[in-house]
Design a protein around this ligand. Structure first.
Ligand code: FAD
Length: 437
């Protein structure tokens, strides 16, 4: 345990330490501005990242800065909120201390909002050989890898050797996989023939591998089928009931014995949560989500609350917990603040239980193509796409970011062109780029 402290001002106010400035942590801290508590907001980054648009950064459609928002800007005028860029390492419940890589901090209450991480199902080899999409850094890395491989492919005369560089495999047919596959298909159709006219765009194969028999699991199966049809028409090879079991030397091995040659495998096959060192085992549910009661309080500790992706709250409507998407995280954070404001921590017995208001789910496949599931009806096509655009613009933090993103989308729509195809500073969790091709 580091003996450093994080140099926070002494206070008579109760201290709430919030770990993670994602949708849940940031919403909570913003709503607590001016309230009689000292709020300490930690994140390992000094910015909030808007994960739903990572794939557009990866596809060179948006700059990372337009989907990221500096935390200090949000709290410039807040006198009771203190930001620390630090990574939580453990919790000492007995001493009420959070240990971070920068020092320790005592707390009266803790809000854990650390979200989720990519689930590699314990397979270290797959982790090393695939590309993830769980941070702005990974999105940029993916963009670099794709552009870099197109550049390299131009220099390779042999068709067989070129394939591994230009073909792409996406594992996971959820919203992230579907959105990535759709925008790769558009990149292939609109950008490649212009930028890389020496390459035959028809040679580029995009595979979307899904373990089950439906895309967009969790949505109405009819919408999954519509998304599948869209993708197939756009030239994506959708493989249902298919599983990747191994990756060796640019070959993706499938469970049925077949192989696909591709250097880039994007892993979007699900998420899990990181264990919090110091919390007893009985707090964990499947995929390491922390079990909370109906007021988001940790099973074994009344002073610890868990929000968003990291929380597992069982309810009649959601026996398997809430979906790991933005809305439950935001709504839980708002609800927790409401309870604190109305009753304080002294009267937790009077706190109201959380009830999730499902506003709908959606995914886009490409221009004019999206599926939206609303509580009473479904939409597809152009109107669904407009709703998708509107919802994502509205949810973005920062007026400037909204304007930049809107401008980029309008520009791309009319010009069929994204203008951000720069290879900037490669950063990879893959092993050294191989030069065997
Ligand atoms: C590629 C992608 C696309 C998505 N698309 C959609 C979509 O279209 N619609 C939708 O509703 N949802 C989408 N999601 C899911 C959505 O982003 C999450 O459900 C949501 O972000 C969860 O919010 P959260 O606050 O629980 O966690 P997060 O928003 O993930 O925030 C967690 C924060 O905690 C920080 N953190 C983690 N560990 C530590 C630590 N040890 N110390 C300090 N800080 C830490 C992280 O840096 C991060 O800022 C998508 C997710 C991904 C990855």
């Amino acid at each position: 345990m580091l003996e450093l402290t994080l140099n926070l001002p002494e206070t008579d106010l109760p201290r709430i330490v919030v770990i993670g400035a994602g949708f849940a942590g940031l919403t909570f801290a913003r709503k607590m501005i001016g309230k009689p508590y000292q709020v300490v907001l930690f994140d390992k980054n000094n910015f909030h990242q808007f994960q739903p648009l990572f794939y557009q950064v990866a596809m060179a459609g948006l700059e990372p800065s337009s989907i990221s928002f500096p935390l200090r800007k949000t709290f410039q005028k807040a006198k009771n909120v203190f930001i620390r860029v630090a990574e939580m390492e453990s919790i000492d419940q007995e001493k009420k201390v959070i240990c971070t890589n920068q020092g320790n901090v005592t707390y009266d209450y803790v809000v854990i909002a650390t979200g989720a991480v990519t689930n590699y199902f314990g397979n270290e080899k797959i982790k090393q050989s695939t590309l993830g999409l769980k941070s702005v850094g990974e999105a940029l890395n993916l963009r670099n890898e794709i552009l870099n491989d197109f550049e390299r492919a131009l220099q390779v005369p042999s068709y067989d050797k070129r394939q591994a560089l230009i073909d792409i495999v996406i594992v996971g047919g959820g919203a992230t996989g579907v959105e990535l596959a759709g925008s790769l298909a558009e990149l292939k159709k609109y950008i490649l023939p212009k930028d890389y006219n020496e390459l035959d765009a028809k040679e580029v194969d995009i595979y979307l591998v899904q373990g089950g028999d439906q895309l967009l699991l969790g949505l109405d199966p009819k919408l999954g089928k519509i998304a599948e049809d869209y993708l197939r028409k756009m030239g994506v090879r959708v493989l249902l009931n298919a599983r990747v079991v191994d990756i060796q030397d640019n070959f993706v091995m499938m469970k049925d014995g077949s192989t696909i040659e591709a250097r880039k495998v994007i892993w979007a096959a699900g998420v899990t949560c990181q264990e919090v060192t110091g919390l007893p085992k009985e707090n964990y549910h499947r995929k390491n989500r922390l079990i909370v009661n109906q007021i988001n309080q940790l099973l074994t500790d009344q002073s610890i609350f868990v929000l968003g992706d990291a929380a597992f709250m069982e309810s009649e409507d959601y026996p398997n917990g809430h979906p790991q998407v933005a809305q439950p995280a935001i709504q839980q954070a708002k609800h927790l603040v409401k309870n604190i404001k109305k009753h304080g921590f002294e009267n937790m017995g009077n706190w109201k239980p959380f009830k999730y208001n499902d506003l709908g789910s959606m995914a886009t496949v490409g221009r004019n193509k999206a599926v939206v599931q609303l509580p009473k009806f479904n939409l597809r096509g152009f109107f669904a796409w407009i709703i998708w655009l509107g919802v994502h613009l509205y949810a973005l933090i920062g007026v400037k970011n909204r304007l930049i993103v809107m401008f980029n989308w309008i520009w791309n729509y009319f010009t069929y062109d994204q203008s951000l195809r720069l290879i900037i500073k490669p950063q990879s969790n893959k092993k050294e780029t191989d030069n065997t091709i």
